[in-house]
Each structure stands twice: as structure tokens, then as C-alpha cells.
Design a protein around this ligand. Structure first.
Ligand code: FAD
Length: 488
């Protein structure tokens, strides 16, 4: 039996381990933490449960596809579709509930923002078309194999390139709206891959289709069920998980991988897949290999500063996903990407899973995940930034929701970009690997295979096709497809 070692039990590593098991490999997963899931982890604090990382679940079909490979499994994973994608608030009292029903969205957005229905409907139609034209090329295949460029889907995508808006920024693309609030709302989708709307190409206007067209979902039991169900399935089928065992080196004989070394010893393997961020993979695990510096030096995606608050009250006006918008959106991104600091007027995202899972907070209470976008860790004084940001967030909540939240905070846990890096080895604490702040970003991501060492592969948010749960699941799919076509 051929043996495969997966380094890291993030969503990308877990999905790859399962797919390789299905292909007949004997699989071992080495994980430096005591738990599986990487960024998809959760904590319990004095009666409140918090998902620590992702909160938005899209393209659930990718989880279904993976779980369907194991029809006899006893592992339970289910989810529900959300009618409201997000609840938006502005300081002037404007509120908007974004429906996942397209005609309802168009109607209410036209009324709320005094915009023509046809402008909004055309924008959403274009978003869908862009997604359909590009998903096959950018999301479902290796961008680094000649065969990708020979398929009919690729040819179609390239022919339609001008329509895709690659030479515009997302913000320029979104100037079709008369009301700047609607431009801001659609600009926000740049943050779904950790980029700036004022730099990322207009093609990113396909992202709203993912959320509004294909829908947004909530896994029963919370986001943590995504990683937990894959871990449980891995245990059920006999994948070996070795927790608290950090890999320190990938061994190779200049041509092929041979083994990995951990703090405890050396383990032979026919194949190694690294789910560790690509930057430390080169800098720590294969230091003897010339690194692709241009790829590694790509600007990193944004990170986040998150307050997990146990709140002793309930807020009927809030939904599962809520956004309290900045009055100076452009400045906010300049702070993050140019000055590597935090804006005085941040956009505040509040996620409350107890709206869907009441057991996540004591009766009459709520569990607030309060996040602002942040630059990566470049040695800033995070202690000072945390104190400043908390005050700014409290002010924003006061202005948008007319409530002083300070007295309602009963428990607090804080995660900074430094904390995200130390938990997951994600370089600079980036949420999504490299940013997509230029039009070549997709092509500059590291491939899913290593072209210097045979049988070494790379999976997860820092490599092709990019970060976020759906893309990490696709990354595992592309990687295992490549492996299935290789003779070891
Ligand atoms: P990771 O989750 O980073 O896992 C890598 C694993 O490898 C870790 O467990 C780490 O401990 C382990 N490891 C690293 N080095 C070693 C080593 N040497 N030896 C052994 N083990 C090692 N995505 C969405 O889709 N929707 C969202 O709403 C969303 N919001 C987010 C909010 C936050 C706060 C964060 C942090 C992320 C968010 N994301 C979101 C992004 C998403 O979480 C990630 O893209 C995805 O989880 C990354 O998975 P991964 O498999 O690449 O790696």
C-alpha cells in the first residue's frame, strides 16, 4: 500500500486526506495543534460557544461531494439555506436586509437606495455570467498544467475577457450605481478574499453571485461542524491523526520526497501534501530548495482583529450576519494595505450564531463575534491597536444601533493577526494567503504540485485556487486529481 503524509489538519488537509484515503493510500496526518480544523476551530467560554474563524458558508455542494465519497459513513453533517444573506447598517439610519432571493433583493435594494431596478438586475446577471465563465478555469483546475488551456471552457473564458472587467478595479466596475452606499455594499465583496476593492480587478464582481445567487448557508451546530465532520469521517475510515506533532522538515533525495521529520522522529512516505502555508513550507520545511521568491513575496491578504463577546441581552434587529459600514471606506483600505494599520472608522462585522443555534449562548444572551479587517502582522503594537479598536467599535455600534454595548459584555476573548499566525502558521496572519490586489494574482499563486521535488504537493488557502472554505475544498479536489494521474 502506498503511504501519504499530510502536514496540517486544516480544511484543505482534512479534505485531501479523505480523498487520498479514497484513492487507496494509507494516510497519516501530522498536526501541530491538539485539534483538527486549523482556522476552522471553536471555543467555549462561560456558557458561550464561538466559531473562531470562518462564519460565512457558501457552495455547500463541495462538502456534499466530499461526504458522498463515503456513502456508508455515520457522520452527520447538514445545513440550512438562509433567506437573508446579510443585514447592513449605516450611521445615517439606512438599513438593508440583503435577500438571497434575487427578485426580492432587486426590489428592496431599488427602494432602499433609490436605484433603478434594471441597473441592479443587470449587475447581478453579469455577476452570474462572470462566475459561470471563469469558475472552470480559475477555480476547478490547476492553472499550471498546459491541458487546462486546451479545454473549451478555458477558450470561452478567454474570449470573453473584456466582459470580465479584468482591467478595471472592482470599485470602478461598481460605479454603475448612482447611490454610493450600493457601490460600497458591492465593494465589500473584495474582502471575501482579503483584498481591497480599490485594487482588486473588476472580475471579482462575480463573488456576489456566490452569496446572493447560489445562496448562503448555516451548518447545523455551527461552522465548526465543517471541520469536525471531516475529522470524524477521517477517524471513522482509519486515517491516522498525530496531534501535537509539528513537522520540522520534508526529506527528499533531490528528486523525490522520501519522508518527513517531526519533533518525535522520521516517517517514510511515498507522497507528501503540505497544508502548511506555502511561505513557511519553503522557509522552514524545505530550506534546501530554491524558493520561488516572486510567488512568496506576493502581497498577503488582509487579516482580522476579532472580539468574541458574551452579551447579556438579545438584539432582535440583528441577524446571523451584520455589517455596520464605515463612513470612509476607501480610507479604511488605505489604512490596511498601505499604512498597515487600522482605520479610525472601521467597518464592523457582527456574527451571532445563537440566532440560529440558541444553545450557543445562555438563555436571553447572545454570542457576538465582532470582527474588523486588519493588516497582517508587520510588528505593529497590537496591544495599543486592540484598545483603540475596541473603543472605535463600541462607538460604531452606538451610532448604527443606538446602543452602548459596553455594559452588556460579560466575557471577552480576542484574536489578533499575531494570534492567527501563531495558531495556524499562516504567514503574517493572512486569512486567505496572498491578496488578489492585482490582475495577475491568480496566476502567481503557487501551484498544487512542487516542480522541484516529485511527489510533494501543496493544498489550502495559500496556494491555488486561493483562500476561503470553498476554494480550500476545491484545492483538495484539484490536488488529489493531480495525484491520481501521477505514477509514484
Ligand atoms: P489552515 O486552516 O490554516 O490550517 C493549516 C493547519 O496546518 C493548521 O491546523 C496548522 O496548525 C497546521 N500546521 C501548520 N504548520 C504545521 C507543521 N509544520 N506541522 C504540522 N501542522 C502544521 N473563509 C470562508 O470561507 N468564509 C469566512 O467567513 C471566512 N472568515 C474567516 C475569518 C477568520 C477570522 C479567519 C481566520 C479565516 C476566515 N476564512 C473564511 C478563511 C478560511 O478560514 C481559510 O481560508 C481556511 O480555513 C484555510 O484552510 P487551510 O486548510 O488552508 O489551512
Amino acid at each position: 500500500m502506498k503511504t501519504a503524509i499530510v502536514i496540517g489538519a486544516g480544511i484543505g488537509g482534512l479534505a485531501t486526506a479523505l480523498r487520498l484515503h479514497k484513492q487507496g493510500f494509507k494516510v497519516q496526518v501530522f498536526e501541530k495543534n491538539h485539534y483538527a480544523g486549523g482556522k476552522l476551530h471553536a471555543i467555549d467560554q462561560e456558557g458561550y460557544r464561538f466559531d473562531l474563524g470562518p462564519s460565512l458558508f457558501t457552495l455547500p455542494r463541495l462538502m456534499d461531494d466530499l461526504l458522498d465519497l463515503f456513502p456508508n459513513s455515520q457522520v452527520a453533517f447538514s445545513y440550512k439555506a438562509k433567506e437573508i444573506a446579510c443585514h447592513y447598517f449605516w450611521e445615517d439610519g439606512t438599513v438593508f436586509k440583503a435577500s438571497t432571493d434575487t427578485s426580492e433583493f432587486v426590489k428592496t435594494a431599488a427602494t432602499t437606495f433609490s436605484e433603478d431596478q434594471s441597473t441592479i438586475a443587470t449587475y447581478l446577471r453579469k455577476s452570474k455570467k462572470k462566475y459561470q465563465l471563469t469558475k472552470s478555469l480559475f477555480l476547478e483546475k490547476s492553472l499550471h498544467k498546459a491541458s487546462t488551456y486546451l479545454s473549451i471552457d478555458t477558450v470561452k473564458a478567454l474570449i470573453n475577457a473584456p466582459f470580465l472587467g479584468i482591467s478595471n478595479t472592482l470599485d470602478q466596475e461598481n460605479q454603475v450605481f448612482k447611490n454610493p452606499k450600493l457601490t460600497q455594499l458591492f465593494n465589500r465583496y473584495a474582502t471575501y478574499n482579503g483584498s481591497s476593492p480599490y485594487q482588486t480587478p473588476g472580475i471579482m464582481s462575480m463573488i456576489p453571485h456566490l452569496e446572493l445567487g447560489l445562496g448562503t448557508y448555516y451548518p447545523h451546530g455551527g461552522m465548526h461542524r465543517i471541520s469536525q465532520s471531516l475529522f470524524e469521517l477521517g477517524q471513522e475510515v482509519g486515517i491516522e491523526f498525530r496531534f501535537r506533532e509539528s513537522v520540522t522538515q520534508i526529506n527528499h533525495n533531490k528528486k523525490k520526497v522520501t519522508a518527513v521529520t517531526t519533533e518525535n522522529g522520521s516517517y517514510k512516505a511515498d507522497l507528501v501534501v503540505s497544508n502548511m502555508d506555502i511561505y513557511p513550507t519553503y522557509k522552514k520545511l524545505i530550506r534546501d530548495v530554491k524558493a520561488p521568491e516572486k510567488t512568496l513575496e506576493q502581497e498577503r491578504s488582509s487579516s482580522a482583529l476579532i472580539f468574541y463577546w458574551g452579551i447579556d441581552s438579545t438584539f432582535p434587529d440583528l441577524e446571523l450576519h451584520n455589517i455596520l459600514f464605515s463612513e470612509e471606506y476607501k480610507k479604511e483600505f488605505e489604512h490596511i494595505f498601505e499604512h498597515k494599520t487600522l482605520s479610525e472608522d472601521p467597518t464592523v462585522y457582527i456574527n451571532i450564531t445563537s440566532k440560529e443555534s440558541p444553545e450557543d449562548a445562555p438563555k436571553g444572551h447572545e454570542n457576538w463575534f465582532v470582527m474588523i479587517n486588519a493588516p497582517g502582522d508587520y510588528g505593529q503594537d497590537w496591544g495599543k491597536l486592540v484598545t483603540q479598536s475596541k473603543e472605535r467599535i463600541v462607538q460604531k455600534i452606538k451610532k448604527c444601533l443606538q446602543v452602548d454595548i459596553t455594559d452588556h459584555i460579560k466575557t471577552e476573548y480576542i484574536l489578533t493577526p499575531q494570534g492567527i499566525e501563531s495558531n495556524t502558521s499562516s504567514y503574517r496572519g493572512a486569512l486567505y494567503g496572498a491578496a488578489s490586489n492585482n490582475k495577475f494574482a491568480a496566476f502567481l499563486r503557487h501551484p498544487n504540485f512542487n516542480n522541484k521535488i516529485k511527489n510533494l504537493y501543496h493544498v489550502g488557502g495559500s496556494v491555488h485556487p486561493g483562500g476561503g472554505i470553498p476554494l480550500c475544498l476545491l484545492s483538495a479536489q484539484i490536488t488529489s486529481d493531480l495525484i491520481s494521474k501521477t505514477s509514484l
